[in-house]
Design a protein around this ligand. Structure first.
Ligand SMILES: N[C@@H](CCC[C@H](N)C(=O)O)C(=O)O
Length: 259
């Protein structure tokens, strides 16, 4: 079968996007892995299907290891941009369902997209590090020199060290570079390597940073290798509500591939 696909990126975190409202595409672990392969396929950190559930647009996310996973923040912003392209969204905003619940996206005039993320009501603190669920599970650790971290090696060690509620975890290394601004590097679960950015990771890291340094003013600016993300929230006691992730979400190319 010839499969029509679109390729997007959100701050360098890249995704294959497929309109699967007709259910013509049946994802398999091997199939998704092949499409995401950077040598034999299209190449991407993950694959996103646009489907319909209870009459609403539904985002299904797969990591490049072929497995279906939890929420992807950068992917969600790209999903909204794609929905606008194919006429499902008006020019201002778009609501859709993800695996973690409803999301709203706002299209900014400069082309960036702001995505509402789930509320964060619990922070798990493990020896000065944080374990936070922002739609996907994230371990966040503060370091003195984020550029000096061997993310693939150290990220994998942390990823494999504890079972993190049976689901495993993504791992983020962050460093404050100015008040309200952090630099981040992320080891992604399901990619099993460092990616250029991770939206749910940036969100978890901004919250961990704000909790650790007792900073209540947002946005927290998050410098990822692939671009700048901004995280907004209201802190009410130990809860983080009205959480938004903002940043670039761009189409790169489209094409057809034999599947
Ligand atoms: N890149 C994503 C996170 C995607 C999911 C992650 N790999 C996982 O399995 O938890 C993002 O932008 O949030």
């Amino acid at each position: 079968m010839m499969l029509q696909f679109f390729k997007y990126h959100g701050a360098g975190n890249d995704f294959i996007m497929i309109d699967n409202r007709d259910q013509a595409f049946t994802p398999t672990v091997q199939g998704v892995k092949h499409l995401c392969d950077r040598h034999y396929g299209i190449g991407a950190d993950g694959l996103i299907l646009l489907e319909t559930q209870n009459g609403m647009p539904f985002m299904r996310y797969f990591n490049c290891d072929g497995n279906e996973s939890t929420m992807c923040g950068n992917g969600g912003r790209c999903f909204a941009t794609f929905a606008k392209k194919i006429g499902l969204a008006n020019g201002l905003s778009f609501d859709f369902q993800g695996i973690d619940g409803m999301h709203s996206a706002i299209f900014n005039t400069d082309g960036t997209v702001k995505l509402k993320m789930i509320d964060v009501e619990t922070l798990e603190i493990i020896d000065d590090c944080y374990f936070i669920n922002t739609g996907s599970p994230h371990y966040v650790t503060m370091v003195r020199d984020v550029n000096g971290v061997d993310v693939d090696r150290e990220g994998r060690l942390i990823r494999q060290s504890v079972n993190f509620n049976n689901g495993g975890t993504n791992v983020n290394f962050i460093q404050e570079v100015a008040p309200g601004r952090i630099k981040i590097r992320t080891y992604e679960r399901g990619v099993e390597a460092e990616t250029l950015a991770c939206g749910t990771g940036a969100t978890a890291s901004a919250i961990a940073y704000s909790h650790y340094f007792d900073i209540n003013q947002t946005p927290i600016e998050v410098e990822a290798l692939g671009g700048l993300l901004k995280v907004y929230f209201d802190q009410i006691e130990e809860k983080y509500l009205n959480v938004w992730l903002e940043g670039p979400a761009e189409e790169v190319f489209e094409g057809k591939i034999n599947y």
